[in-house]
Design a protein around this ligand. Structure first.
Ligand SMILES: *Cc1c(COP(=O)(O)O)cnc(C)c1O
Length: 381
């Protein structure tokens, strides 16, 4: 099966609705000294910026009351619906400051579209694309000083939505809140790119077709933690999910999609498991299918079983394996461990040349260090 990646993500109406967001600047922003200290070593998801955006939805008014205000705790009635029944979805994207001083983000319309799909799957109100993009622009404008000019660093943007109806009745809620927060992120690999070891989970599954695996919902993560702990108990960095029915077909690694490199050099080709309904359709995954073709390397979506993975590594047919997603971009997989299928090393256990080439190509676009021929970057400020 061959695949065409997506083309440019034009947003003609972006910014028009930014004026619909009321701006109430923080009266107590973090000091310049403290912010500089945080930006020197931000880690991941540890420090909030000064502001957040909140937008309300009700049956009567639709989306309304959009405000940018000080980052602060959200306060809930104990009967708030989402705490009990989990109508809660999120997104994740990164903003980079480019050498021209502008701050840009990667394919935000794809995130806006996926956010709507996640909302639909959980019977939640769908935020219009224009408001999603306007919220990103408003927050990054207000917190622009939180975006480092170091291309290794970024500002992680976390949009989320949850039900706010108060009451214990089980039904789609009649009220929702959308919130956007941001947090500075450091280089994922501080000491050079390091391959991860993975545990093939045979006790637990992440998702099944028809379930919520395609949606970026909080519950998927809660359901993954025990298997992740099991991976750690087997001295592995990450869990790899197999399909929920035959428990044989490779799906994803933790919160990232997987790519397999068959062959080497000019004969190399990229293969990623197809979106069967239980995988999360990653925007990084989708972009790499396009980028691979740009780099002259055929790409396709093909089912890969655990046996095919092991035998492919043993014969040398599979030369590299890596995981991809917004947070870590591209992470090589070095070792595989399991109870039922044995253990093996991928290639020589070191980051491979195709993995590193694709990682560089994607980062060059995202950080503005290379041409953006698909117009994937969206200027926020
Ligand atoms: C978010 C996510 C991904 C990666 O998606 P990107 O859009 O590339 O960041 C992959 N798998 C799961 C389970 C996810 O939640």
């Amino acid at each position: 099966m061959s695949t065409s990646g997506s083309t440019s993500d034009e947003i003609s109406t972006a910014g028009l609705l930014a004026s619909a967001i009321e701006v109430r600047p923080s009266t107590a922003p973090v000091s310049d000294e403290r912010r500089a200290e945080i930006l020197a070593d931000p880690g991941f998801g540890r420090f909030p910026t000064d502001h957040m955006v909140r937008i309300q939805w009700s049956e009567q008014h639709g989306w309304h009351d959009a405000v940018l205000e000080s980052y602060a705790p959200l306060v809930f009635d104990p009967m708030t619906n989402f705490i009990h029944y989990g109508q809660s979805i999120f997104e994740g994207l990164k903003a980079y400051r480019h050498a021209d001083g502008h701050i840009r983000t990667f394919r935000p319309l794809a995130n806006a579209t996926r956010f709507q799909k996640s909302a639909r799957r959980l019977a939640m109100a769908e935020l219009p694309h224009e408001l999603f993009i306007a919220s990103l622009e408003a927050l990054v404008r207000a917190d622009a000083e939180w975006v480092s000019d170091d291309p290794e660093k970024s500002l992680y943007l976390r949009p989320f939505e949850y039900s706010t109806e108060i009451g214990l009745g089980v039904r789609p809620a009649n009220a929702y809140e959308y919130v956007l927060i941001a947090s500075p992120a450091g280089a994922y690999f501080k000491h050079g790119v390091k391959p991860v070891s993975v545990w093939l989970s045979d006790d637990y599954v992440r998702a099944v077709p028809g379930g919520t695996g395609e949606a970026k919902c909080s519950g998927n993560y809660a359901a993954s933690l025990l298997a992740q702990a099991e991976a750690a108990a087997h001295e592995c960095d990450q869990v790899v999910w197999l399909d929920g029915i035959e428990r044989r077909w490779v799906e994803e690694m933790g919160g990232m999609n997987l790519c397999f490199v068959y062959g080497t050099g000019d004969a190399a080709r990229l293969v990623t498991p197809p979106l069967t309904g239980s995988l999360l359709p990653g925007i990084t995954r989708n972009s790499l299918l396009t980028l691979s073709t740009d780099l002259g390397m055929p790409a396709s979506e093909e089912a890969i079983s655990v046996e095919m993975w092991r035998e492919g590594n043993e014969s040398g047919e599979i030369s590299e394996v890596f995981a991809c997603g917004t947070a870590a971009v591209i992470t090589p997989v070095g070792h595989v461990k399991s109870r039922a299928f044995g253990s093996w090393t991928v290639g020589d256990g070191e980051p491979g040349p195709v993995t590193m080439k694709m990682r560089r190509a994607l980062l060059d676009i995202q950080t503005g260090q290379g041409p953006d021929k698909h117009a994937w970057m969206h200027t926020l400020v």
